[in-house]
Design a protein around this ligand. Structure first.
Ligand SMILES: [Zn+2]
Length: 335
């Protein structure tokens, strides 16, 4: 990947950007983890060594193990203020002006952390950076499919109960191969009836069938990853007909071993075939990426023109109110 020169990088950072697929838990990197457990008073040399080993994962199953170890490090609502601030500061430094951040509250609530206290701290953390000129941040609660229907329903119910005003939608993540979308139709119907937007991880570790189910059975408005849409297929027709937007996460796919090289990524092919695509970082702390890195890759492929196209597409695929979208569209058109 050709690196951008200083002027190009400055211009990329200045461009008002929209991040649509990034997990709050995924902002945790070793630096954040060390700070948090030291503040908790639970840091030990052995723990730190074990966590370093986890972060050296080279496969999707080992990534999930690392993710699990991180989740278990959160002990109280105060940890979430720290994480929310860290995430918002990261986004602000990249010139992100609006983000839809995913979060899976049952991971924490099931271990005894109070949901409303946790959310109040998340809200306080985001707000503290917003008032310093940081991005506006909304939340999507992402159900963990491999924990079963009751867990996903619980996640969606928490979304409906949220009092911060930040939760605008739900999604489905986790083991797509063994826990297919068709098993979660009732949960999605329920969430839709609550007025929540619908997204789904599909086509990350499983193929076309998984994507088709997410679109046809769950009614997902946006898909995460969406690898494996064949040109001219019935699936492609379905996606185009329903204007389903695709949050592509190339460096995530590379790090989890889903793609062997970035050359295999379909970004340009999808654009050429009329898909609505955006680029996202997914789990920046785990995958050593961020939106700047994803868009720098696109810049290497098609220059500033391609970056602007992808960024504009992200704005349009976001769940922000139409009037706000129009304001940002004017601003980025003049950039
Ligand atoms: Zn994701």
């Amino acid at each position: 990947m050709k690196a951008l020169n200083t002027a190009e990088l400055e211009r990329l950072i200045k461009l008002p950007k929209f991040e649509l697929h990034v997990h709050l838990e995924g902002f945790v990197d070793l630096t954040f983890w060390e700070e948090m457990v030291k503040a908790q008073g639970t840091w030990t040399f052995e723990r730190a060594q074990a966590m370093q080993a986890h972060f050296a994962f080279k496969s999707f199953p080992l990534f999930l193990k690392c993710f699990g170890a991180v989740i278990y490090s959160f002990l109280s609502p105060a940890d979430f203020y720290r994480l929310a601030r860290y995430a918002a500061e990261r986004l602000k430094a990249q010139g992100v002006v609006y983000a839809e951040v995913m979060m899976t509250p049952p991971f924490f609530v099931n271990r005894g952390i109070d949901f409303f206290e946790m959310m109040a701290e998340v809200d306080r953390g985001f707000t503290s950076v917003e008032i310093e000129g940081g991005p506006q941040i909304k939340l999507i609660f992402d159900g963990a499919r491999n924990f079963g229907n009751a867990e996903v329903r619980h996640c969606f119910e928490l979304a409906a109960q949220d009092k911060t005003g930040r939760v605008i939608g739900v999604g489905l993540g986790g083991d797509e191969v063994n826990f297919p979308a068709r098993d979660f139709v009732d949960e999605f119907k329920w969430a839709q009836a609550q007025g929540l937007h619908l997204t789904c991880h599909a086509g990350e570790a499983a193929g076309a069938q998984s994507i088709m189910e997410a679109v046809q059975l769950l009614g997902a408005e946006r898909l995460g990853h969406a690898l494996g849409i064949e040109a001219g297929s019935a699936l492609e027709e379905e996606i185009l007909k329903n204007s389903v937007a695709l949050d592509l996460c190339p460096h995530s796919n590379l790090t989890t071993g889903v793609l062997a090289t970035l050359d295999q990524h379909p970004l340009e092919a999808y654009l050429a075939r009329g898909h609505r695509v955006s680029l996202s970082s997914d789990d920046p702390g785990f995958f050593r990426t961020d939106l700047i890195k994803e868009l720098s890759w696109a810049w290497g492929l098609g220059g500033e023109t391609l970056v602007k196209q992808v960024n504009q597409s992200a704005l349009l695929a976001s769940f922000m109110p139409p009037a706000q979208k129009t304001r940002w569209a004017t601003e980025i058109a003049q950039f």
